[in-house]
Design a protein around this ligand. Sequence first.
Ligand SMILES: [Zn+2]
Length: 241
Amino acid sequence: MNLVSESELMKMSLTSYNEFLSENPPMSDSAANVQMVKRIGSKISTAVEKFLGDHKMGDRVEGYNWEFNLVNSDQLNAWCMPGGKVVVYTGLLPVTKDEKGLAFVMGHEVAHAVARHGNERMSQNLLAQTGAVALDAALYDKPDETRDLFNTAYGVGAQVGGILPFSRLHESEADKLGMIFMAMAGYDPSEAPKVWQRMIDLNKGPKPLEIMSTHPSDDKRIADIKAYVPHAIKYYRQEGE
Ligand SMILES: [Zn+2]
């Protein structure tokens, strides 16, 4: 259900993205972890464009201008806006542990964007709040509320609880695409279930993880991810040859 045009959302994402970065300045390029985020981002975006091109879906990334940032925050979070604006929070790094772990999470976030899951969430939110889905009218009438809806739809910000998580179907689709993207980017996809397992374990602690409020996880999901490894690994071997 994508009732809002993707180009409108891409325009809106630029405003939200710039606003976010002015409040949360990205870390300097000299930091090793920033280099890692940008290295993964470059490989993942190349993989995504190749995969979509191979499947005659290159229009999904039309107008994308990829940017990959690391912001200093203890939140466990990461997101990708339409247009290819990706932010990773430093709080995520202890859980993703190394480059291939982070490559899975970034692949997953990029998958939500190119599969237009955020658009579907935004459309549903707008419909629920205003009874209509004219984005420009909503922005004109209620600019702040509409921006909040957008940020919620894309997992931006610190809201834990009270926000609509991605559906199980969206999560499953983003997991599978994310594993293919990481594999094509040269990262072993058998790492994927371990990353999500660490998040589940950590989420049992006293502080719920930001990323888990939008990307709910359970044992069934881990099993599904594990079952998909043999398929995703074909892309890894292909790229490795
Ligand atoms: Zn997700």
